[in-house]
Design a protein around this ligand. Structure first.
Ligand SMILES: CSC[C@H]1O[C@H](OP(=O)(O)O)[C@H](O)[C@@H]1O
Ligand code: HPA
Length: 260
């Protein structure tokens, strides 16, 4: 049996409400620069149980980088170059689907990208050839199954499906925009799911999203969205997200890399 501490580290990108990862046994904190510039935070190298982990804070630590200004390319490249082959993107989202209310956990299976103007590919500039990756299934199914079985074992309220609509932000949506997202088939709305997932796919990395609903999407409740409501849902739900990470991390570390 392979020693899990010798396996490639699993990358965890923490979002809103997960700027640091409690429970992580920290070994080193590495400032990194990539050809695309600086990632959002230092890479925190540590262990979760017996599995090596590289943690990166998407909005920086402290949380200061808005979703449209995250350097997604630097974040994914930094994790790739640190040996990561599987990434879990943790996301706070608004719930559109009626069953996806605050503190509900979702492991989505699809994305629709509504973002614009973001540096969204590694394949540009002086190229020898054009590259069009397949992106039919944006999340690695084996990784999704590991999160789903961990959520089930932990007896958490969760959904094993969902279409993540990635909006530009940083403002929240109008009620009409959410109705349009719903007509399009979106169950969740967030601002950071893209281009993060596509960039990981371009570098042939396994990628999966672990989403925590922190509010009902605009127009889907009888009140406007407040930061107090979002913080309360994070307080209520983030412990479940961490339990899923802890319970699945060893399996994630053992996933077959798409490259060596
Ligand atoms: C009102 S909170 C919005 C903020 O939270 C989500 O971030 P992340 O996906 O990094 O957890 C959302 O995408 C926005 O950036
Ligand atoms: O309602 C939302 N919309 C977009 N992004 C979000 N992130 C958390 N909640 C939301």
């Amino acid at each position: 049996m392979s020693n899990s501490r010798n396996r490639p580290p699993v990358g965890i990108i923490g979002g809103t409400g997960l700027t640091t990862l409690s429970g992580l046994e920290i070994m080193a904190e590495r400032p990194v620069v990539t050809p695309w510039g600086q990632p959002s935070s230092d890479l925190i190298e540590g262990c979760l149980g017996d599995q090596a982990v590289m943690f990166l804070s998407r909005h920086g630590n402290p949380h200061r980088i808005p979703p449209h200004q995250v350097n997604y390319r630097a974040n994914i490249q930094a994790l790739h170059d640190a040996g990561v082959r599987t990434i879990v993107g943790v996301n706070a989202v608004g719930g559109i689907h009626a069953d996806m209310g605050p503190a509900h956990i979702v492991i989505p299976d699809q994305i629709i990208d509504y973002t614009w103007g973001r540096a969204s590919t590694f394949f540009e500039g002086e190229l020898d050839e054009t590259t069009h990756i397949d992106f039919t299934w944006p999340y690695t199914e084996e990784a999704r199954e590991l999160l789903i079985s961990a959520a089930r074992d932990q007896k958490l309220a969760f959904s094993d499906f969902g279409v993540y609509g990635a909006t530009q932000g940083p403002r929240l949506e109008t009620a009409a925009e959410v109705l349009r997202l719903e007509r399009d088939g979106c169950d969740l709305v967030g601002m950071t799911g893209m281009p993060e997932a596509a960039l990981a796919a371009e570098l042939k990395m396994n990628y999966v999203c672990l989403a925590l609903v922190v509010n009902r999407a605009a127009g889907k409740s009888d009140h406007i969205i407040t930061m107090a409501e979002i913080e309360a849902a994070i307080d209520q739900g983030m412990s479940g997200v961490k339990r899923i990470l802890e319970a699945s991390i060893s399996g994630l570390g053992a996933l077959t890399p798409q490259f060596s």
